[in-house]
Every structure is written in C-alpha cells, then in structure tokens.
Design a protein around this ligand. Structure first.
Ligand code: APR
Length: 245
C-alpha cells in the first residue's frame, strides 16, 4: 500500500490537470449514510420518494421521508479528513476540480472552491412555480411539506430527483474537466449511476490515469482503475497528504 501511495503522489505532482470524482463513500466518515450496500439508504427507504413523478403527486408524503433522510439525520454532518485533504490539494494547485455526486455541501464546507455538484445540493430548496430559492436552514421543518411563502407551492430540495436532468452547468464543467484530466481520483462511488459514472470513464478514454480509493471493489475497479488504494477515504487521503505537502 505504501508503495502505491508514493506512486500516486508522484503521479499527482507530475500531472498538469487532476480531478477528483466523489461519491457517497467520502461522506460516510462524516456520518452521512451511503445509498447502496449493507447500511445503504435504499435498504431502508423506497427510492420512489425521490422520484419526480411520484413527488409531483404525493409531495406531502415524500416530505416525511425527505425531512428524515436529508434534514434530520445529516443536517449537522461536518467535513472529514478526506474532504479536507482535497481542499488542501486545491490550495497547493495539486487538484483542479472536484466533481461530486454528493448533495451534502461538505466539499464547500471543507474549503474546496472548484466543485461541480452533479446532482445538486440539499442546502437549498426551490419553488418550482416562481423559482424562488430558500436556504434549507431558514425553513421551519416542524411543519411539512414546506411551502413557498409567495404562492403556497410545495418546495422541492434543489438536488435532482430520479427522472430529472443533470444541472447543465455542472454537467458541462464536469465533462470538460474529465477531458482535460491527466489524473482522475475516484473516491467512494459504486459507479452504478449514470450519467455520473461516465465522468471518470471519459477521463480514462482521454488517457487519464485512474486512481480509485474505496475499501471495496466497484464497477470501476476492473474496467478502468489503474491503481486501487483499498481503504477508507480519510485514512488513504491522510497517508497521501503526507507525500504531497
Ligand atoms: N471511504 C471510501 N469509500 C467508502 C467508504 C469510506 N469510508 N465507505 C463506503 N465506501 C464506498 C462503498 O464501498 C461504495 O462503493 O462508497 C461507495 C458508496 O456507493 P453508493 O452508495 O452507491 O454511492 P454513489 O456511488 O455516490 O451513488 C451514486 O446514487 O442514488 C444515487 O444520487 C444518488 O449520488 C447518488 C448516486
């Protein structure tokens, strides 16, 4: 492992453009549950509560679960060492962009600035009738569903639901970064969700070296990964940091 870490640090230092593609696994050590796997959210909840069509018809019911999953459980989650190392890498110009599938805002809270949120962000709510945006922190969640104060419409979290398109700007920026990448870190993602999983695949096609950080094997591991650093994101990134700064 130590040798692989050293090799990775060398590749990152030599690279002119490095990106990190992150998934739920990077936030597990912050107490945010992943979607899949043994303790995954989809073992406990029915994904239909985040299906746009179902939400449109059953907003009040969906909000019972949405509040519990996204605003009770992990509202107070804090960035962990893995988020912090990525932010530090950006400051040392060793990382050009973070492309995240996560909606928990933790990369920004850790200090990363170039973050493309492929699936949106849970810290904002939107009225789909008038477009007004609310900070989730300002909303009194004791009565749900939360309603727009202007027109009474049920607010929707500003992350994407099943059946919704990827925010255009994040999509364009992510693929542009993937095409430019010489090194792509994949951290804590099963790679089961498209089009997000096409981001590291695009990087690979354009010749990037793929470094995967995950305690488990994933869909990426056999197909595109060049170096698998098997372990928890915070442990591995802490070790990597010792060779980078
Ligand atoms: N460090 C690194 N990786 C970890 C850790 C850890 N401490 N703990 C778990 N993992 C890994 C798991 O082994 C798994 O491969 O994180 C991955 C989590 O996978 P998913 O829950 O499927 O998360 P992700 O790939 O981000 O899901 C993609 O699915 O439902 C949608 O929109 C949702 O953005 C999400 C998308």
């Amino acid at each position: 492992m130590e040798l692989l870490i050293k090799e990775t640090a060398k590749l990152i230092k030599q690279s002119k453009f490095t990106i990190a593609f992150t998934g739920a696994g990077i936030s597990v050590e912050s107490g945010v549950p992943p979607f899949r796997g043994e303790h995954g959210l989809w073992n406990k909840y029915d994904p239909k509560v985040l299906d746009l069509g179902y939400f449109n018809e059953n907003g009040a019911e969906c909000w019972q679960y949405i509040r519990e999953i996204f605003y009770d459980f992990f509202a107070d989650a804090k960035p962990n060492k893995a988020h912090e190392v990525l932010a530090e890498m950006e400051k040392h110009t060793l990382l050009n962009a973070v492309i995240t599938q996560n909606i928990d805002n933790l990369h920004f809270e850790a200090g990363s600035r170039t973050v493309y949120e492929f699936h949106g962000n849970s810290k904002k709510l939107k009225c789909r009738k008038c477009g007004r945006i609310y900070e989730a922190a300002e909303i009194d969640m004791s009565t749900i569903p939360p309603l727009c104060i202007d027109d009474g419409e049920i607010l929707k979290p500003d992350f994407i639901f099943f059946g919704e398109g990827i925010p255009q700007e994040a999509y364009d920026n992510s693929f542009e970064a993937a095409e430019a990448a010489e090194v792509c870190l994949i951290i804590g993602s099963t790679g089961e969700v498209t089009p997000a999983s096409f981001v590291p695949r695009t990087a690979k096609q354009q010749g990037a070296t793929i470094i995967e950080i995950n305690p488990e094997e994933t869909l990426f591991t056999r197909q595109i990964t060049d170096i698998h650093l098997k372990g928890k994101a915070s442990d591995v990134l802490e070790k990597l940091a010792a060779h980078l700064f």
